[in-house]
Design a protein around this ligand. Sequence first.
Ligand code: CO8
Length: 268
Amino acid sequence: MKDLSGFNYKNLKLHQENGLWTLMISRPQALNALKAEVIDELADFLRQLSEMDFENARGLIITGEGEKAFVAGADIKELSLLNEDQALALAQKGQSVFHELSLLKIPVIAAVNGFALGGGCELALACDFIIASKNAKFGLPETTLGLIPGFGGTVRLSRAVGMRKARELIFTGEIIEAQEAFHLGLVNHVVESVSELLPFVKKKMEIIFQRAPVAIAKGKLSINRTWDMEVEEGQKFEAEQFSSLFLTEDVREGTQAFIEKRKPVFKG
Ligand code: CO8
């Protein structure tokens, strides 16, 4: 099993247990704001994680340190110093890191424990789904700074909550409570307190871990790739992913276990 010795980050705290990774963004003095160095560390970690096999990486939880913030956005002090070229480079870097995150073959859950604003909301949106504590707050307040979202927010928020609500949230910069985010479909579950958040998310991961990991990976790939395809084209892609699973031992094991009325043991 992979240990943590290869990882040495200033702004990320990592924990790994039986292939479940927990990544905590850790700059609590700045509400975990994403300065460029955090993005670089995230990129490095995701690269290493994407190279691991299922024995070493089955799932990833992303959260923020403390009870106040998941991530309160990109670092506004850094943003205030950028020129146009630097802003383009930083936006592209952040977008590419969040894209890599969305492409990971393992499930990724955002455990949102407080403010998820701007780049923090965009980070959560790049995860497979979001589970939040009741005190969590979501928003893309970039227009209050004379900006727009630059880490994929205009693209992903409308896909998550629909174009009209996305326009309202981005034009007004309004910050919404976890419960409203739940009603919008942005958040899958809301738990009462921050202390209940990680245990709840881990239980969800435990259920996912009982399933075949290659099937999860293919299901994720198919959902991501077919989202904006025509139905016929999407179904064609799905059928290819579906049939490719018949090359895995896990399909034989899963179907045989059902027939023999026992629990399957998936190997990945
Ligand atoms: N960047 C830098 N520092 C921050 C940030 C941030 N995003 N958010 C909070 N902090 C710092 C504060 O400056 C403060 O530091 P200090 O104690 O040294 O003054 C500390 O964190 C605590 O924050 P507050 O005192 O403000 O705490 P409050 O409880 O009063 O307020 C809020 C909490 C409401 C979350 C408030 O901090 C806030 O509004 N933060 C900014 C939220 C925001 O606008 N986020 C969007 C940023 S823009 C963005 O994310 C763009 C993404 C795309 C970038 C593309 C790259 C080019």
